[in-house]
Design a protein around this ligand. Structure first.
Ligand SMILES: Nc1ncnc2c1ncn2[C@@H]1O[C@H](COP(=O)(O)OP(=O)(O)OP(=O)(O)O)[C@@H](O)[C@H]1O
Ligand SMILES: [Mg+2]
Length: 383
């Protein structure tokens, strides 16, 4: 059992810098929670307060129901992996991993046999058994990263804390290690808090994601929740790549039917979105409309439901194009088009300078309040 509970946790640094405001979160036993957000939003500070590496200015952190505010890091039952995992260069991989165990004192002291058992178990889980006698300088970046994770794993911790553990690795290795962390999590089956600024890492690893901005929590939810029902414009634009297209336009109510009128077109809102707008009785108004690039479609021909644009750039991603297009009022939008079923002639039309008529999928639109940027349909305080 290892639950973590943060109640009204606040961090004020010297000089009255408030890095974290009123952080409230209940983490379940064995849950994998990811803190994500732009640089400086308070992710590491929050994690370090859980670890005991940073004083908690206000509020409480509980692990398994016990307030740990005044406990030393080593007494909190947590292990932490940092971005700059400093391995000891003069020690072998084995000794690097055994190091935290050799420091244990009193009734926690471990015999050499127990240490051997622990270290070889972790090495096996991480697939680094063959490197145990090497020094860190004779390892690749990904292998060193695994040693750093192993060093944290050998301890009997209730909670595993990771602060951007993959950010020093190149893209390919990062993808590989991400998959390994998913497997590792199944093998060690403990509670995880993982910090990253990469939304892909957050989406793929987290049971729940905490999206932060300027020391505030913007939304907590499963990857599906934050993707499909972003609470506000910030979350909508932060989660998903390429980022959601967002712009002002009018929402028009006609009886129980709704449409939007972006860039002079009239596009009906249908499906669950249309029904929910009607159920909530949302009146006609100016809104911020959000449409993900994958929910923009190429229109076969010009018409009242289409928007005329000009192609600025076509980024070939292999399995799809990312088209950057410009509307007649010079708003830039991104369109994702799968390449699979396009003919040569169709591809030849998708180049810089060519006109492109687009439309939006009415069931996949997002509606935000122009004033406070909250989601008109899903924000928790919404009418
Ligand atoms: N020791 C300190 N004294 C004063 N301000 C600090 C201190 N440490 C961090 N801060 C500030 O607190 C805020 C949050 O920092 P934090 O390191 O938690 O951000 P982060 O979300 O982890 O960012 P990154 O993605 O860049 O690691 C920042 O504005 C930072 O400048
Ligand atoms: Mg950080």
């Amino acid at each position: 059992m290892a639950t973590v509970k943060l109640t009204n946790v606040k961090k004020i640094y010297d000089g009255n810098v408030v890095a974290v405001h009123e952080f409230n979160l209940d983490i379940a036993d064995k849950e994998f929670v990811v803190f994500v957000g732009p640089s400086g939003c308070g992710k590491s500070t929050t994690l370090r307060m859980v670890a005991g590496l940073e004083d908690i200015s206000e509020g409480t952190v509980e692990i398994d129901g016990v307030v740990v505010n005044d406990l030393q890091p080593r007494d909190r039952g947590v292990s932490m992996v940092f971005q700059n995992y400093a391995l000891y260069p003069h020690l072998t991989v084995y000794e690097n991993m055994a190091f935290p165990l050799r420091l244990l004192k009193g009734d926690k002291k471990m015999s050499n046999d127990e240490i051997y058992e622990r270290v070889t178990w972790a090495a096996k889980v991480l697939g680094i058994t063959q490197y145990l006698t090497r020094k860190p300088k004779a390892l690749s970046g990904g292998q060193r990263q695994r040693v750093a994770i192993g060093r944290a794993m050998v301890r009997d911790s209730k909670v595993f804390l990771m602060d951007e553990p993959l950010s020093n690795l190149d893209a390919k290795l990062r993808n590989q290690m991400r998959a390994e962390i998913i497997l590792l999590r199944k093998k060690i089956n403990t509670t995880f808090i993982y910090v990253t600024h990469d939304q892909t890492e957050a989406m793929t690893l987290g049971d729940r994601i905490v999206i932060m901005k300027d020391g505030f929590i913007m939304q907590v939810g499963t990857p599906t929740e934050v993707f499909d029902k972003p609470d506000n414009l910030f979350v909508a634009e932060f989660i998903g790549a390429p980022k959601m297209n967002t712009f002002k336009c009018n929402l028009v109510k006609d009886g129980d039917k709704y449409s939007v009128t972006p860039f002079g077109a009239t596009i009906p809102v249908d499906g669950e979105k249309g029904e929910l707008l009607a159920k909530k009785g949302i009146p006609s108004q100016e809104i911020i409309l959000g449409v993900r690039p994958e929910h923009v479609a190429i229109a076969k021909q010009a018409g009242p439901g289409t928007i005329k644009t000009t192609i600025l750039v076509n980024e070939m991603m292999g399995f799809e194009y990312h088209l950057h297009v410009l509307t007649e009022d010079e708003t830039e939008l991104i369109v994702r088009i799968p390449t699979l079923n396009l003919t040569e002639a169709e591809r030849a039309e998708l180049v810089t300078g060519k006109p492109l008529y687009i439309t939006f999928e009415g069931k996949a639109m997002h509606f935000f309040d122009v004033n406070n940027e909250t989601n008109l349909l899903y924000h928790k305080d919404a009418a």
